[in-house]
Design a binder for this molecule. Sequence first.
Ligand code: FAD
Length: 494
Amino acid sequence: MNSKKIKKVVIAGGGTAGWMCAAALSKLLGKNIQVTLVESDDIPTVGVGEATIPTLLVFHQLLGINEAEFMAATNATFKLGIAFENWRDIKKDYIHSFGFLGQDCWAASFQHFWLKGLQKNLVSELGDYIPEHLACREGKFAVLANQDKNYAYHLDAGLYAKFLRNLAEKNGCQRIEGKISKVNLEPNTGNISALSLESKQLIEGDLFIDCTGFRGLLIEQALHTGYDDWSHNLPCDSAIAVQTTTINKPVPYTRSIAHGAGWQWRIPLQNRTGNGLVFCSKYMSDEQAKQLLLDNIEGELLNEPRVIKYRTGTRRKHWNKNCVAVGLSSGFIEPLESTSIHLIQQSIVRLMLLFPSDGISQSAIDEFNQQMKTEVDNIKDFIILHYNLTERKDSDFWRYCRTMPVPESLTKRMQLFKQTAKIIKRHEELFGETSWVQVLMGQGLLPEQYHPIVDLMPDEELKQFLNTVKTGVKRKVEKWPDHLDFIRHYCHSN
Ligand code: FAD
C-alpha cells in the first residue's frame, strides 16, 4: 500500500474520455480533490465515437444532466438499436434493438415460445415482439415516464466534449492548455510524479488518468504496460470517416452496412450525418476504402475524409501504478456495437467505487483490472460473433472471418444456443439475453430445440399468447410520435 493520500488528480487528454472523467470526478469528488485536465489544441481528438448505448443514461443521471439540454447542445438524436445490413449475407438484414423480447415468463424466455410458434406457423418476425425494434422500423420514438428507458443517443463527439467541459469547469476542474513533452517517473517506485509541458510548466499529481487516446502517452510510452493484440479475431484495423449533410429524416437507429472487407456506419444527428467505413487493410487499401465510402453516402460532404489507423486489443492492465488508462489509451475492441463510450463510463464508475483517497493499494488495482478485463472480454466475444457467424463467402475477408478460431467462451455459447435456445447471462455482462438472441438469430443461427415447458401450453393458447404480445407491441408503438417530431418538441419544451 502506498500511503500517499490522493489530493490531486491529473487527467492527460481532453477527448470524450478526458472530459467524461473530468466531469464525473469534479462533480462527485471535487470538494475533496483537485482535478486538473491537460490537453493540447495542436493534437486533435479522434473525433468519431458518436453512437452510444443505453447505459449512458445512467452516467448522465449521475452527473445531473438535463436530457433536453444535452440533446440540444450536441445535436443528438435518439437511438433504439443498430440495423445490421448484409451481415448475415448480402441482402439479409436484421436489427439489434435495445428492447426486451416478449413477456417475462418464469420458466422459459420468450424465444422458446416464438420458436415453437415458428414451427407451427404462428409467428411473424422476431422484431415484431420488441417495441424498440418495431419503432426502429417505423421511425418512431417516445420517452415515457415510469417506463424502461431502452434507448441511447447519437451525438456530436466534439460538441459533447465541450458540453462536458462546461460542466467540469463549473465544478472546479482546472484546464491547462499545452503539449505534454515528458512523463516524469519517481526513481524509487516508478510511479508518475509529474507531466512536463513543452511550455516548461510542470504538472504534479498523485493519481494520473491517461486519456491521450491510441498513443497511451502515460500508460504505455512511460509505463510500458503492454498490449494484448486481438487482430486475429477482430482484423479490421482502419477507418475512414466523413460527415455529410442530412437529406432524409434521421432514423432512430445506427446503420451498419457490411461490405467486402469491413462495414460502413451511418449515424444520423439532427443537423448532419456521420459516415465511416471500418475496414481491414490486408484486404482493402485506403484509396479503395475512400472510394467505396464516397460511393455509398448520401448528401454533400462537410469535411475531407480522414483515415484513422488502430490495432484492436486491450492494455494488459488498465490501472498500472498510479496511472489509470481510460478511453482509447486502455484499448479498442471495435466500434461495431458502440461500446467504447460505455467502457469509459465503466472505468470512471469503477475508479469512483475504488477511489484510493487514503493511498493506492495493490488490491484496489487488481480488483479494478479484473473487473475491466471481465467486461472487455465479454464484449469482445459479442463483437466477434457478428464477424464469425456469417453465411458470407463472397470475399477473402469474410472467408477468413467465418473460419477463424474464436474464443472457447464464444464457441460454447453458440453451441448452447444452437442446441437449447438458451443464453445464460454471465455476471455483470453488458449484453443481455435479448441482445444475444437478436444477433445470433439475425446472423442465421436458428436453435434446434426450445424449452420443453413450452409443450405444456396447448397450441391454441400458444397462438393467443403470441398474438397478445405482438398486438401489445403494435399498440404501444402506434402511440409513439415520429422520431424527429419528438426531438423537435422535446428539445424546445423541456
Ligand atoms: P482522443 O479522442 O484521441 O483524445 C485524446 C486527447 O489527448 C486529445 O484531447 C489530445 O489533444 C490529447 N493529447 C494526446 N497527446 C497529447 C499530448 N502530448 N499533450 C497534450 N494532450 C495530448 N465509441 C463509441 O462509443 N461509439 C462509437 O460509435 C464509436 N465509433 C468509433 C469509430 C472509430 C473508427 C473509432 C476509431 C473509435 C470509435 N469509438 C466509438 C471510440 C471513441 O471514438 C473513443 O472511445 C472516444 O472518442 C474517446 O477517445 P479518447 O478521448 O480516448 O481519445
